[in-house]
Write a protein that binds this ligand. Structure first.
Ligand SMILES: C[S@@+](CC[C@H](N)C(=O)[O-])C[C@H]1O[C@@H](n2cnc3c(N)ncnc32)[C@H](O)[C@@H]1O
Length: 352
């Protein structure tokens, strides 16, 4: 993956005020392009700034945004910390291009890298930074990825079965659905989608694709709905929600990348540096909780009388359990509803 450094003019003139009518829609589209759409408000923005800005105020401090998206969190931190440098990472080239446009006013302090977040060490090397003072991972899909209907993330819109965050990779949702064995499909739906009726859905997919390949989100969503018992269809949101989550996680290898990313990012966190992770489903949050707990626990064997210096925790947790967004934010921003925030600070050099 290459380095993306284009800086265009930030889109201007849009009014993100939710006005109605044709002009309103045009303004919404223009505002969304410029990253200003009121629906694309960064999740828990105030809390993220409160946690990270204190360690980003010294000249040359390095902030790694591992999930740049539309650059909303990054923009707030660039504003709040006028001397920090941003290393913005995203696997989606469209997100990088749009953020580069939005953050053009800060071009002398930004460096964009097309990479997955487990490659944060490489991104830091490319930016010429030895360590990070703060790292943010705002996991999952971005609002534009959901809104751009041709990307196939949303069951509510008919589109080709794609779901790739990085459109330069080859594996798509269509390939998963049409080529995976029954056992593998069941695993994806059960483990990543937490779908109770995984084997019924996988069986229905197998039957349908034996007739013709399944190639649209609408066809898949309808097939999942029919495969699920009628009584359950009426509970827990759209019946295809879990299957779509499972497929998206598989296509983008989300959990295996996250598992590698946390230790890799923390290893490059300087003394006093902070890491914050926003998760949107229990699998991500569990993985984050475990990774941060492992690094913030004294691992001296229980039968030793004194704590061993090289087994002392390298991190101190900054959040008690997972922090949730305020109710008022959840009402205003649907994306915030399932958000969970965990953060920690480096208190000792990395354990050997
Ligand atoms: C929720 S959005 C981030 C929104 C951003 N914080 C903002 O304020 O606009 C998540 C972004 O992370 C990116 N992403 C998801 N998984 C990734 C991975 N493994 N490596 C790098 N970027 C990833 C997605 O492409 C998406 O643009």
């Amino acid at each position: 993956m290459g380095d993306i450094r284009q800086h265009g003019q930030p889109g201007g003139g849009a009014r993100p005020d939710g006005e109605q009518g044709e002009q309103g829609i045009e303004a919404r589209v223009a505002a969304a392009r410029a990253g200003l759409d009121p629906l694309h408000v960064p999740v828990m923005l105030d809390r993220i700034v409160e946690l990270l800005a204190p360690v980003l105020s010294r000249p040359g401090a390095v902030f790694v945004d591992g999930t740049l998206g539309l650059g909303g969190h990054s923009e707030a931190l660039l504003k709040a910390c006028p001397e920090m440098r941003l290393v913005g990472v995203d696997r989606d080239t469209t997100a990088l291009e749009r953020s580069a446009e939005r953050l053009a006013p800060y071009a002398d302090r930004t460096h964009f890298v097309h990479a997955v977040y487990s490659d944060i060490p490489r991104a830091l090397d490319e930016a010429g930074a030895a360590e990070a003072d703060a790292v943010l991972l705002d996991l999952g899909v971005s609002s534009p990825q959901l809104d751009e209907t041709d990307r196939g993330f949303a069951y509510a819109h008919d589109a080709p079965l794609d779901m790739r965050m990085d459109r330069t990779q080859s594996l798509t949702a269509a390939e998963v659905v049409n080529t995976y064995s029954f056992a593998r499909l069941t695993h994806v739906l059960r483990s990543y989608g937490e779908e109770r009726f995984a084997s019924r859905v996988a069986r229905a997919i197998e039957r349908r694709r034996a007739q013709a390949p399944i190639d649209s989100t609408r066809e898949l969503a309808e097939l999942v709905r029919e495969a699920i018992p009628a009584a359950t269809r009426r509970t827990g949101g759209h019946p295809a929600k879990r299957a779509f989550q499972g497929l998206r996680i598989e296509v983008n290898a989300e959990l295996s990348i996250l598992e590698r990313a946390l230790p890799a990012a923390v290893a490059r966190l300087g003394m006093g540096g902070r890491v914050a992770v926003l998760s949107y489903h229990s699998l991500e949050d569990r993985m984050t909780k475990r990774a941060l707990a492992a690094l913030s626990t004294d691992t001296t064997p229980a039968d030793l009388p004194v704590p061993l210096p090289d087994r002392q925790p390298e991190l101190r947790l900054l959040t008690r359990g997972a922090e949730l967004p305020p109710d008022e934010e959840k009402e205003r921003n649907p994306r915030a509803q399932s958000a969970r925030l965990r953060a920690a600070e480096r208190v000792r050099p990395p354990r050997q």
